[in-house]
Design a protein around this ligand. Structure first.
Ligand code: F6R
Length: 630
């Protein structure tokens, strides 16, 4: 009998998005800070700012809106600012306080000698602010971060030691933070610390960098040290000292980052999104590499540490994820249920964590996340872990917070994804689910050898087929041109391509701002069909297989209501020409694997429509790549 453990206590974890950078060394800091912020723009783009020390004086430069505004501002005084060989910088995704210049980081204190950048949320900032105001601190912004600047200034006045000031300040702060601090009286020194927000130190020759994430520093150094919670690092051009919150000196765990600087270049493509879409054949090769050798050999998934006996006797699987990762999880559900005969529930992490969910040690919980930093998914897997479930994490960031929660860690090896709209990471997640499902099926012997060999054979052929899809983009481009002025868009599919419809609609929504919805084709007649008229495009994902005829008749129903019909298909059936105004064809593929090929034209469709509409493809409005707030 299942032992039911009801989980009611919600584990609160909320981290402001945003990115921070810092530099201290022999070079001019300005360009390093701006370049670092450029590579962290995926974390937010509401405002940006830097603090430097020119000729012994701390100066702040801040601008509302995109980073370009800060670049324009600093270029006016470039000759002056480049004299600073130290600096900290920040890119903001606003949570507390509107995205104005005054609320942009860095923040300072009354005397202007301290500058602080912060990624996170100070939960007790109201109480701290009230106390500091009573003591004479004058606040200029509505942010939680400004309290830290005043607090550090006060502690510095008492101790005359910046590291100690930061240490004492963090003892009074509740919440999450990655902080970097400079002080006018402490030459060439950055003090940085973190709690529940990412921060790493890049180590060069006679110089140090700090950053929220690898892209900000990878072109300068691959040698780095990740900070753990409550550690405080003090950096000067030639020294690095690491202590814990109790002032004990700590050993430094220095590592080589597994990333290449080339990941951050557009390689001739107009946008990162287009480059990342084109990387997908190689992403599939990477994910399969070493795991699927030949169709006769079993899948090798050493990353799964759950023993074979437990895998054989799993009661159920729960998959938690958000957004695009959730859609990959939905494909995972179809394939695991089909091959392994295990019941799989897929749920948005944000729902999973606010209701009574049931699970135990016979439940495998899979968290899927590109960034590994999505707050809702982290909370969901922590809840499941507390119930005794084995946690398997599928992530593109093995260095992330979520990865540290994993019992089994399956890295997807898609490389750094810069565009806010996820493409290649989705591809890598979906392929990882195929591998996982076959792996479990081989252990459980829940599918026939022939069936598994057929899927493996198709998997091996996928990179070439994807290349074919990418080299014949004309249909997609002409479709994009034709439909770019549509106000709404409907995507219909059935079975394993229902998640493809949802993902296609999400891509279109997020980068072109067109109202797009994915429906299971059978649901159309239960309500949505009322919306159809001659202005409504309906894109049917029509893959040969079990549900082909069903979708075709659903498409006919839509055509009868005058909708403008588009087919995405692997069928050569000439009858389709009568029914569909536009047809996007992809190479023939087995239905089970068809989501892998079908998503690519939909990513491209969203891309080209956004391009025609002149939208900011890589940085759509209101979004950030790592959603670290619940
Ligand atoms: C859409 C997109 C988002 C993310 C979601 C989860 O293109 O990127 O929907 O998929 O925010 O993020 P991760 O996968 O990092 O947990």
């Amino acid at each position: 009998m299942l032992e039911l453990i009801y989980y009611k206590n919600h584990i609160k974890r909320e981290v402001d998005m945003c990115g921070i950078v810092g530099y201290v060394g022999e070079k001019s800091a300005l360009d390093i800070l701006l370049e670092g912020l450029t590579n962290l723009e995926y974390r937010g783009y509401d405002s940006a700012g830097i603090a430097v020390n020119v000729d012994g004086k701390v100066e702040l430069y801040k601008a509302e809106g995109k980073l370009q505004n800060l670049k324009d501002l600093t270029s006016e005084q470039r000759e002056h600012i480049i004299r600073s060989k130290i600096g900290i910088g920040h890119i903001r995704w606003a949570t507390h306080g509107a995205p104005t210049t005054i609320n942009a980081h860095p923040h300072s204190c009354n005397c202007g000698r301290v500058a602080v950048v912060h990624n996170g949320i100070i939960e007790n900032y109201k109480e701290l602010r009230a106390k500091l105001e009573k003591e004479g601190c004058v606040f200029r912004s509505q942010t939680d971060t400004e309290t830290v600047a005043h607090l550090v200034a006060k502690k510095y006045a008492e101790t005359k030691d910046l590291t100690e000031a930061v240490r004492l300040a963090t003892m009074e702060i509740e919440g999450a933070y990655a902080l970097a601090v400079i002080h006018q009286d402490v030459k060439n020194t950055i003090v940085a610390t973190r709690r529940n927000a990412p921060l790493l130190v890049g180590i060069g020759e006679g110089e140090f960098y700090i950053a929220s994430d690898v892209p900000a520093i990878i072109q300068y150094t691959k040698t780095a040290m990740y900070l753990d919670d409550n550690q405080i690092v003090t950096l000067t051009p030639k020294t690095m000292k690491l202590i814990d919150i109790n002032n004990n000196e700590l050993p430094q765990k220095i590592e080589t980052l597994p990333w290449e600087p080339v990941a951050l270049s557009k390689m001739g493509y107009k946008h990162f999104m287009l480059k990342e879409i084109h990387e997908q054949p190689d992403v599939v090769r990477n994910v399969l590499g070493g795991k699927l050798r030949t169709i006769d050999e079993n899948i090798i998934l050493n990353e799964v540490t759950l023993n074979k006996d437990s895998l054989k006797h799993l009661g159920r699987i729960q998959i938690v994820a958000c957004g695009t990762s959730l859609h990959a999880a939905m494909v995972g559900k179809y394939i695991i249920e089909e091959l392994c005969g295990i019941a799989v529930d897929v749920e948005p992490s944000s729902e999973y964590i606010y209701r009574t969910t049931v699970g135990d040690e016979k439940t495998l919980v899979i968290g899927v996340s590109q960034s590994g930093e999505t707050a809702d998914t982290i909370t969901a897997v922590r809840q499941a872990k507390a119930r005794g479930s084995h946690i398997l994490i599928i992530t593109n960031r093995p260095d992330s917070t979520m990865a540290r929660e994993a019992g089994s860690l399956v890295p997807v090896n898609a490389g750094i994804e810069v565009s806010v709209a996820a493409t290649k990471s989705y591809m890598a997640q979906v392929i990882s689910f195929y591998l996982l499902a076959i792996y479990i099926a081989e252990i459980k012997q829940s599918a026939s050898k022939d069936e598994l060999q057929k899927i493996k054979r198709e998997l091996i052929l996928l990179p070439q087929k994807l290349e074919k899809v990418l080299s014949h983009k004309e249909d997609v481009q002409s479709c994009a041109r034709k439909f770019s002025n549509s106000k709404d868009f409907i995507f219909i599919a059935r079975g394993i391509n229902f998640p493809t419809a949802l993902e296609g609609a999400l891509k279109l929504k997020e980068i072109s701002y067109i109202n797009a919805t994915g429906y299971t084709a059978g649901e159309l007649k239960h309500g949505p069909i009322a919306m159809l008229d001659e202005s409504m495009p309906v894109l049917a994902i029509l893959m040969k297989g079990k549900v082909y005829d069903k979708i075709l008749s659903n498409a006919e129903e839509a055509r009868a209501r005058n909708a403008r019909m588009i087919a995405l298909t692997n069928s050569e059936d000439s009858k389709l020409n009568e029914l569909f105004e536009s047809i996007i064809r992809i190479p023939d593929v087995d239905e089970t694997l068809s989501p892998v090929l079908a998503i690519v034209p939909l990513q491209l469709l969203a891309y080209y429509i956004a391009e025609f509409l002149g939208k900011d493809v890589d940085q759509p409005r209101n979004l950030a790549k790592s959603v670290t707030v619940e």
